[in-house]
Write a protein that binds this ligand. Structure first.
Ligand code: WQD
Length: 342
């Protein structure tokens, strides 16, 4: 029986590659489209080792319509799409907003146009909790109104969700599930795939592990004067493999969607502060981490964590991995990267 063909844009990226592994394990056939601007072929090789087979990969940027169209022409049996391809650093988007609007919104529009041209009607969209801005009510539910996005990144995700909602309204067949990620962390337990920041990491956990391994001089905690128990920001950290599994659940659910469009939070519902995460890393690894408190970072929200009820009710999904295991897997991956370069 032919396996379900799923186009995965940005599929060689951090979350994309972990999702590709889960799709293959579930018997699906991912077709990866990635321009490798934010990722690395090492992740494709690692994923192939995990699944024990070659992966279909096209080095294509979604904005390159000619080459992007060729992928659809070569695979007329694509039934679903997962769209990861986007830039995703909150603080980088504050510095380079135009790059974020052009890439993140342009890629989505190019994709939806291709899907219409080739009658592909099911899309799982990689959205983000940054669409909420600093929500009035936390834990935050999917019905929480969008506040002013604190960053261009968050604004692009708000706009992409609006574009998709309008497209669904105008379409007789398109079905979309937008998955609003909270803070993905960790790496695959095999140590064969993980986060590969292209340059200096902007995210907390890769900065922690790179400082711990000696690649970075020290970690700065951006602000300890927030209105939180220990003064540092609160976040909802989730293991990247938990996140990957949620995409599989969304693909399995999308056909039976009564509404054409659903947005679902992907979080644990458990708030953890930046300082708590650092202390947990030190406790479980025994590594002395060189960190100090610095000024707040523009674009950061003070506290945000999910009300995870809808993801359980609609996808029968909830987080399985602990924060400790995510940090252990992240640390294991960082050590594998060091050993591979030594
Ligand atoms: C987390 C906290 C920083 C680095 C992420 C993703 C984004 C979206 C939302 C999916 C903040 C603090 C960080 C450092 C620090 N997820 N920090 N020192 O900004 O919450 O956004 O989740 O779409 O794509 O990037 O994540 O890891 O950058 O920051 O103190 O060196 O850690 O201030 O409070 P963020 P982050």
């Amino acid at each position: 029986m032919n396996s379900q063909k799923v186009l995965v844009t940005g599929g060689a990226g951090y979350i994309g590659i972990h999702t590709v592994v889960e799709l293959v394990r579930a018997g699906m056939e991912p077709i990866i489209v990635d321009d490798l601007s934010q990722s690395d072929v090492r992740l494709l090789a690692g994923a192939e080792k995990i699944v024990g087979k070659k992966l279909l990969f096209y080095k294509v940027n979604c904005l390159d319509h000619a080459h992007f169209r060729k992928v659809f022409e070569q695979h007329p049996d694509i039934t679903d799409v997962i769209h990861f391809a986007a830039f995703k650093s909150v603080n980088e988007s504050v510095q380079y907003p135009l790059r974020y609007y052009s890439n993140n919104i342009g890629s989505l529009i190019a994709l939806v146009e291709m899907m219409k041209e080739f009658s592909v009607a099911r899309l799982v969209f990689s959205s983000s909790c940054t669409v909420y801005g600093q929500p009035d009510k936390i834990p935050v539910t999917e019905s929480e109104p969008f506040k002013e996005a604190e960053s261009a990144y968050g604004a692009t995700k708000q706009m992409c969700e609006r574009i998709l909602q309008d497209e669904v309204k105008s379409s007789t067949s398109l079905k979309v599930i937008s998955l609003r990620y909270f803070n993905p962390i960790g790496a695959h337990p095999s140590g064969l795939i993980g986060e590969l920041p292209i340059s200096v990491p902007s995210n907390l956990v890769p900065f922690i592990t790179q400082t711990a391994i000696g690649k970075r001089e020290k970690l700065t905690v951006f602000g300890s004067d927030y209105n939180t128990p220990d003064g540092s920001c609160l976040r909802d950290f989730i293991h990247v493999v938990d996140l990957a599994e949620a995409h599989l659940k969304a693909l399995q659910k999308i056909e039976t969607l009564s509404a054409g469009y659903e947005a679902i939070n992907l979080g644990s519902g458990v708030p953890v502060s930046v300082l708590d995460l650092i202390k947990t890393f030190i406790r479980i690894t025994g590594v002395q981490l060189n960190y100090s408190i610095g000024p707040r970072r523009p674009g950061d929200v003070e506290k945000i964590y999910a009300d995870p009820r809808k993801s359980f009710e609609m996808l029968h999904w909830k987080t399985r991995f602990t924060i400790e295991s995510a940090l252990e897997d992240a640390w294991n991956w960082e050590k594998k990267l060091r050993d591979a370069t030594n």
